[in-house]
Design a protein around this ligand. Sequence first.
Ligand code: NDP
Length: 375
Amino acid sequence: FICETSISRRLFSSSSRCMTVMPAWVIDKYGSNDALRFTKNASFPVINYPNEVIVKVFAAGLNPMDVSMRGGYGAATLSRKRDPLNIKQSGSEFPLILGRDVSGVIMECGLDVKYFRESDEVWAAIPPWKQGSLAEFVVLSANEVSHKPRSLTHTEAAAIPYVATTAWSALVNTGGLSKDNCTKKRILILGGSGGVGTFAIQMLKAWGAHVTVTCTQNAEHFVRGLGADHVVDYTAGPVEEPLTTLEKFDLILDNVGGDTERWALTLLKPWSGAKYITLITPFLQNMDRLGIADGMMQTAATVATKALKNLARGVHYRWGFFAPSGPALDEIREMVDAGQIRAVVEETFKFSQVPQAFNKLEKGHARGKTVVEIN
Ligand code: NDP
């Protein structure tokens, strides 16, 4: 191995290691599973800013976003985020490393990093414009990282950050929920058996909400085990029919999309501040399809039209997005270590089995999370 450049080394603390390459799964073009390639020669991450840390990856959680990104979803927006001045050639994001969840150990800290030290056990959700965790090391901003819950193994910890920070962003930042205002609130989660749903059920139950969930009949026992109060089988006929007979809701988290918007907002308590928040938005597709400027215009017009139309009916229509956040993970760690939230790992794969892990993810019907053990 050869030492890093003098610039990156100056930003490192004293025990900087001398590596330039590492093992990783990369893609060199967008496509199906065939695009995944294992290499021992992926570029070793470099600390470019003094608030960054390098994490040695022990486990990497996968999300539907990884399958979408493998196929090129969001490429236009994510490329612009990586290269705001648009000076690099098209395809400069390759070789691209997927994997949005990490649990591991801090290996290096930039000079401004005060909250973490080498060897700290950490977890994080990695923004999609950064290199991912299907590698031996990953570089992150310290504010995206949090100390890992002591009560979880790395494999368990890697099942939580991306779905947890998405649920937190949607329910807390967009939905205005908190541990202090959930008691007696009626929440409906459309799609309760996957990654986001299994986390959101547990968080809302810990905060005292009444939680109704839609899922298939064979997942009923599973979601009840996580705390769901009421379960509606979406395969037994039009799911809106049984839902319409229930008392109305204060908030709906939609993890399903499709035709749900047609009927879901009628299930909210009108003129009470009730909100419908969907995670299924056309935001990135619009930019991919129309380019950044026109895509932004189209997106703004779509969300504004829907929000205004529903406001006139006394309910709030919102889009929810993943938002990386170390501080949110700090709060989630407390809940995990207090036994209020558990990791729901459906299946684990070895580092050599990343294509199989993607195959599993693509089949759908998740019951929790898929995790790859790296070390
Ligand atoms: P998963 O794949 O882990 O889970 C999806 C779950 O939904 C599965 O358990 C599936 O099981 C169930 N499901 C499928 N169809 C229905 C239906 N009609 N009604 C009820 N349940 C259904 O996905 P995630 O939980 O990780 O994510 C959920 C969605 O949110 C994804 O589309 C994802 O792309 C999106 N997302 C968006 C983000 C954003 O920033 N906007 C961030 C994170 C996620 P089964 O098919 O057996 O019923």
